[in-house]
Design a protein around this ligand. Structure first.
Ligand code: KG4
Ligand code: ZN
Length: 341
């Protein structure tokens, strides 16, 4: 079955064509709205929705063209049903349901974080179930026990800010642009380690929860009232990255130990972070576990992960073709991953 995957939960419009029978990604394309939102220092929801509407049809045509397939060959349309920005989700959901209705095929609503979580399945070296998943994005920081596609148990999560949010807020404090993660990571490379000591929130707590808002406040305290100084900012970026990475790695190691698992999947935007990957590599070699990532281009939001998650969950889906009688749809701006299992 040929599945069209659609992602539109935030500031990327992602489309992909996935062959569920062969288990193969045929084509994918992303339009990033970063340049459009940059002037505002963050995502403007209304602008995001309007831009998704503009991009969906050309991108869908683009992936079909890239793969040399026709729209009539589609067997299902998968789209991000939540969590995310309501208007942005509605743009993708409306397009998905409209197309599914026109073709008489099922429309499949996918949980955005399930997409991220299963995205390493698209890589050259996919993980095998069961595994622990660290989901680290702009809105989520969670540790999940994954026994099969569709079987997710939340082991711990952030009590306040998400890791990506902490990167973005730190970037703002350091006068860097949006999105902040890659910029903070790059600046940290020229920082001197250990010049500033920041807290490692909850690193010794017995649970698998996180807290990042105190870390951001500690950065604020460091930089407040200081004259702009490139080396000082680089040193602060370095201190922030070292603290965030140390906490993330420690909790992953703890989750693996508590569950006796030997495989870790890291997904979501922050999973692209160089320093996090290096530290996890060291810990994996020391403690004897394996780490799996999505391909670099599939770390941030994309349609391929949505199509892939739909393909891996067909068994638990109602695959009734969309007809005039069942075209109604809804989106879930807030939605727990555990609720789908
Ligand atoms: O998964 P994602 O693309 O969108 C959400 O679902 O949120 O994640 C975006 C988040 C942003 O907070 C961004 O700053 C962060 O991921 N991010 C990074 C890096 N690349 C993206 N954080 C740290 N280092 C990076 N290289
Ligand atoms: Zn995401």
């Amino acid at each position: 079955m040929l599945i069209l995957g659609i992602e539109s939960s935030c500031d990327e419009t992602g489309l992909a064509l996935y062959d569920a029978t062969a288990g193969k990604l045929l084509a994918h394309a992303i339009h990033s709205q970063v340049a459009m939102h940059e002037a505002y220092g963050g995502v403007v929801p209304e602008l995001a929705s309007r831009d998704h509407i503009r991009r969906l049809v050309p991108l869908a045509r683009g992936v079909l063209g890239q793969a040399g397939r026709r729209v009539e060959e589609l067997g299902a349309i998968a789209y991000t049903q939540g969590p995310g920005l309501a208007g942005a989700l509605l743009a993708g959901a409306a397009f998905a349901h409209g197309l599914a209705f026109a073709l008489g095929v099922p429309a499949i609503g996918v949980h955005h974080m399930e997409g991220h979580l299963l995205s390493p399945m698209l890589s050259a070296r996919p993980p095998k179930f069961p595994f622990i998943a660290l989901l680290v994005s702009g809105g989520h920081t969670q540790l999940m026990k994954v026994t099969a596609a569709g079987s997710y148990e939340l082991l711990g999560e952030t009590l306040d800010d998400a890791a990506g949010e902490a990167f973005d807020k730190t970037a703002k404090l350091l006068g860097l642009g949006y999105p902040g993660g890659p910029a903070v990571s790059k600046l940290a490379e020229s920082g001197v380690p250990g010049r500033h000591k920041l807290p490692r929130p909850m690193i010794n707590s017995d649970d698998l929860d996180f807290s990042f808002s105190g870390l951001k406040t500690a950065v604020l305290t460091l930089v407040r009232g200081r004259e702009p100084d490139p080396q000082f900012h680089a040193d602060v970026a370095r201190a922030f990255v070292d603290a965030a990475v140390e906490v993330l790695v420690a909790k992953c190691v703890k989750a693996l130990k508590k569950t006796g698992m030997k495989s870790l999947v890291v997904a979501g935007g922050v999973g692209a972070n160089k320093q996090l990957r290096a530290a996890l590599g060291t810990a994996a070699a020391e403690k004897g576990f394996e780490v799996f990532y999505p391909e670099p281009e599939l770390c941030t939001d994309n349609g391929a992960m949505i199509a892939c998650a739909a393909a891996l969950s067909l068994h638990r889906r109602n695959l009734a073709p969309t007809t005039g009688a069942n075209t109604g749809f809804s989106v879930h701006p807030r939605w727990n991953l555990e609720e789908i299992t």
